[in-house]
Design a binder for this molecule. Sequence first.
Ligand SMILES: [Zn+2]
Length: 301
Amino acid sequence: MRLRYAADIKTLLWLALAAVNLVVMWTVPSLRTWLLPLACYFALCAGLVAHNHNHSPTFKSRRANDLLNHVATLFYGFAAFNWIPTHNLNHHKFSNGKGDATITWRHSNKHNALVAFTYPFVSAVMQAPLIDAYVKSAKAHKPQRFRSIVVQLVICWGLPIALSFVDWRATVFTLWIPRFASLYVIMYFNYGQHVHCDPYSKWNHSRSFTSPLLNFLLFNNGLHAAHHMKPGAHWSTLPALHAEIAPNIDPALNESSFLVWMTKQYLLAPFLPRLGTRQIGRAPMDAPEKVVSVEEMASAA
Ligand SMILES: [Zn+2]
């Protein structure tokens, strides 16, 4: 089980801590409420680990990589393979432009609390057909991949349902609530990272959040512009990549803190509109005749 990048010791440590937290919550009921925020954080991290891992595998061995997908699936709440059809093959291709199933502007390009906080539900529904097609295609043409998908689906749904019969209260606190929180927050992050950006621009396709604390806690997932320009780059290399490209990006798209940005957007901008986001460059619904993916634009440089 050899790592490709030493930085992924952190990935393994975080998953191990998630497991320890689950065991403690399961066996000591009086601590469940106190440890629930931590369980939500680790569930979120498991989702981010699955994201990173499906872009840039953690291990050299295929079997070890499969195993990591299975472990991340347990905590994340969505089978890890789902990242491939909806994210790698769709979102990264269109970057919130036409064709992206997870567009932030499906019903409105306005950015307010109602649009933002209902977005994860809209996005989840729109991702379903891509997942369905991917599973059917794997079943027909890729038996090995299909077996891995089945194992992930059993871990994702079968295991927590079975555990709910053993102790439903413990399962709600250790898995169901943290998983819902993780899925919701990850989809909302996607909203924040793309709303009012220009999907057709080489530099202004994504909003980045540069706070060192946020990026430490979330495996550099705040550095979204760098990630879109080089999706295969390992998460540990994103700060250097971001430093390289940051001067080219509209300063309005390089935010520091996610929480400050949310406060400005949802609490202050209703009274002081200049504190809210505004469309940068070309609006996503106004696609040019020929669309080139961000990754292609970046690699053509
Ligand atoms: Zn990605």
